[in-house]
Design a protein around this ligand. Structure first.
Ligand code: ADP
Ligand code: GLC
Length: 481
């Protein structure tokens, strides 16, 4: 039995701020249990819901030397869908109202603590993984500590590490002197071929340099991040590691996202019944959100973190034009204030056409995926994107920019060959996006049979974890040798 340990800062159902949590929550379940024992380490955040905390039980504790102190490391555990989870408990580091704070120095310290603790618990829980699979900058120090601190001694000697980049934009940076002091790593590690980048210490860079393999969440993003435009300053390093870098597209949990059984949606449907049932869901959502009740109106959904990454300045730029078309727009998201206020403004201006829901709601997100005709995702960059995969599964036609995982998972409609699962545009340009939306509108209103065939093809796609979990397994096998 090969042993794999995931280390990450979030996972469904325990804590979620974005797609990372969906991936860490669903990929371990999909790895073949006959050959792999996959376990997961997460922080125990004070802001986790009580019912989640109630699932955990205390396992052990010890004190760990960190940042010139002796810190408490509690270990709690829980079992979820056959996967074993460990939670690192330390009230000083994980007691915020939200899983992440806005203070970059504090974030670096907290996740340095988490990374060191994730390794330190292993002898205590008596789990000796063959591979430690790290995710994003928060766990970037794990491969570094594994090479340094923990290299002596039998227990850690042969452990390999993998880091998956879910978003290169976030790297965990702070000044070198402070990070040296916090982490206790010697001077040696802070040169420009190791942790240092542009004068700061960079935790993600450390992970990329020291991991035995690097992955990211789509093939196109794996190529893009080796270019200057998408490389966020690390493209040179990623080009240097090109032979150890691969893109494996994300899947979604087909049990959670299943329109035939989803408990959050009023009318269940399948590829056979979507024509009638989706329209009923739309009518209910129009009533619930005080939009004009007319199931024939084309409804476009947008469920997203409201940040620059998601291409919302393009949307802002053409909102008035778009709202003069025969469409409705339903937004669900939180994030930057200027986008939150932009959508609130248009909700006020076009009451029966635009609904801005500026909060986080799992149930409403499902209702939107189930009710809408199309889903808008004009991202500036998108490592993979899960929303378009959920949309395909719910027969909601994605309108996307051709970047990263969006390019790999949405096939543009081709009316001459009757192919395609969505609509797309190439350049980061608001009117190019508007043209793609208007093309979709024309097919929706004037060629309904064609539209329904797009939906058929969308719903026939398979973005469950099956194929991608196999690719991770192949990589683990290759690394273990
Ligand atoms: P990212 O991880 O960059 O935010 P993804 O598309 O990979 O983007 O994943 C986003 C996930 O978060 C999807 O499951 C989406 O439905 C969900 N989501 C985003 N914002 C909200 C919200 N306000 N309410 C509910 N779910 C949301
Ligand atoms: C990041 C990316 C998103 C990806 C998710 C899960 O949040 O922004 O594109 O789907 O991670 O890998």
């Amino acid at each position: 039995m090969k042993k794999i340990l995931f280390v990450a800062s979030e996972a469904v159902p325990f804590i979620k701020t974005g797609g990372l949590a969906d991936v860490v929550g669903s990929l371990p379940k999909s790895i073949d249990k006959r050959y792999f024992d996959v376990r997961v380490v997460l922080p125990k955040y004070a802001c986790m819901r009580q019912e989640i905390k109630d699932k955990m039980h205390y396992r052990d504790h010890f004190y760990m030397d960190f940042n010139w102190k002796n810190d408490y490391v509690g270990i709690c555990e829980a079992e979820e869908d056959g996967v074993h989870y460990y939670f690192i408990d330390n009230e000083y580091y994980f007691n915020g109202q939200k899983p992440y704070s806005d203070d970059p120095r504090w974030e670096v310290e907290r996740f340095a603590f988490f990374s060191k603790a994730a390794l330190s618990i292993l002898p205590v829980i008596d789990f000796k993984p063959d591979i430690i699979h790290c995710h994003d900058w928060q766990t970037g120090l794990v491969p570094v500590y594994l090479k340094e601190r923990f290299r002596d001694g039998e227990f850690f000697r042969d452990m390999k590490s993998v880091i998956t980049i879910h978003n290169l934009k976030f790297q965990g940076k702070w000044d070198t002197k402070t990070v040296k002091n916090i982490t206790g790593l010697p001077e040696y590690y802070f040169s420009s071929d190791k942790l240092e980048a542009y004068k700061d210490a960079n935790l993600l860079k450390g992970g990329i340099v020291y991991a035995d393999a690097v992955t990211t969440v789509s093939e196109t993003y794996a190529k893009e991040i080796q270019t200057k435009f998408y490389g966020e300053g690390l493209d040179g390093l990623l080009r240097a590691r090109t032979h150890d870098l691969r893109g494996i597209v994300n899947g979604i949990d087909y049990k959670v996202y299943d329109p035939a059984t989803d408990e959050c949606i009023p009318n269940h449907f399948t590829a056979e019944t979507f024509r009638k049932e989706k329209a009923k869901n739309k009518k209910k959502l129009q009533e619930e959100l005080n939009l004009e009740v007319n199931p024939k109106k084309m409804m476009i959904g947008l469920v997203s973190r409201l940040t620059d990454q998601k291409g919302l300045d393009l949307v802002a730029y053409v909102m008035d034009e778009l709202c003069h078309d025969g469409i409705q727009l339903v937004v669900l998201g939180t994030g930057e204030e200027r986008y939150e206020n932009m959508f609130r403004f248009y909700d006020w201006k076009y009451k029966d056409k635009v609904s801005a829901n500026i909060y986080y709601s799992e149930p409403l997100s499902h209702k939107i995926y189930a009710a809408c005709d199309a889903f808008l995702m004009p991202s500036l960059f998108e490592p993979c994107g899960l929303s378009q995969l959920i949309s395909l599964r719910y027969g909601t036609v994605p309108i996307v920019r051709e970047t990263g995982g969006l390019k790999d998972t949405v096939e543009p409609y081709n009316e001459y060959e009757s192919k395609g699962t969505g609509f797309s545009f190439a350049n980061y340009n608001a009117h190019e996006m508007l043209a793609a939306i208007r093309y979709a509108e024309r097919i929706y209103y004037d060629k309904k049979r064609e539209w329904n065939k797009i939906v058929d093809r969308a719903m026939a796609m398979d973005y469950s974890w099956n194929a991608s979990a196999r690719k991770y397994q192949e990589m683990y096998d290759w690394l273990i040798g």
